[in-house]
Design a binder for this molecule. Structure first.
Ligand code: DX5
Ligand code: ZN
Length: 214
């Protein structure tokens, strides 16, 4: 069985607290918090204030995905008692090692993410230092996009590297995950699956969570 982190990007923002409380009751592992700045990605979502307003509704930890330029400016803002992972993009950090160390100093787990066109080889030097690697299986910016098949082999690569070197990171996949492709994605090596529209848009959310986790 894998873990699942529903993305609140696909929740109903007009009743976000209730939507979050409902999915937290379905046996999920984390809440995936998609933060977009309109610069690193062509969309603006919400900031730390909205995330913190959910603290009384969320009963699982946060898996924060920062899709923002120069994320060092905002790391502190996203550290709360409920923050488990804080993930930055390799493409958005000029000094990635410094940023990862900074996240560790803040007392939360550090993740690094890569866009579909960025190879795993660019992470070689940082893999020993991270707690999570997030493979984007769509170009980040929007929920409800189609899974890019080509990204699957990165999961296999990461699993192989982890085994060979004794690294400890979790392997996460984000974008286009749904009930019909989740099994293949888990088999390729994903430990943690993000699902936005496939959970919040489902007729039967409980079933969607169950099928995607496997
Ligand atoms: C995309 C976000 C994803 C998105 C996934 O930029 O990082 O987390 O919410 O949405 P679905 O699961 O609908 O592809
Ligand atoms: Zn995300």
């Amino acid at each position: 069985m894998a873990q699942i982190a529903p993305s609140i990007l696909s929740a109903d923002f007009a009743r976000l607290g209730d939507d979050v409380a409902e999915v937290c009751g379905l046996g999920i592992d984390y809440l995936h918090i998609d933060v977009m700045d309109g610069a690193f990605v062509p969309n603006i979502s919400f900031g730390a204030g909205v995330m913190k307003s959910l603290n009384d509704y969320a009963t699982v930890p946060y898996d924060v995905h920062l899709m923002i330029e120069d994320p060092d400016r905002y790391l502190e803002d996203f550290v709360t008692e409920q923050t488990a992972f804080l993930t930055v993009h390799q493409e958005a950090c000029r000094h990635l090692h410094r940023t990862i160390m900074h996240i560790h100093e803040l007392g939360v787990k550090a993740g690094v993410s890569v866009n579909p066109a960025t190879p795993v080889s660019l992470l070689e030097e940082i893999l020993p230092e991270v707690d999570l690697v997030l493979i984007m299986s769509v170009n980040p910016g929007f929920g409800g996009q189609k899974f890019i098949e080509r990204t699957l082999h990165k999961l296999e690569q990461l699993r192989e590297l982890r085994e060979r070197h004794g690294y400890h990171y979790l392997i996460e996949i984000d974008g286009g995950v749904k009930e019909s492709n989740a099994a293949r994605i888990r088999e390729a090596g994903a430990d943690l699956l993000v699902a936005g529209s496939a959970v919040f848009g489902a007729e039967d959310r409980a079933k969607a969570v169950q099928v995607i986790r496997g």
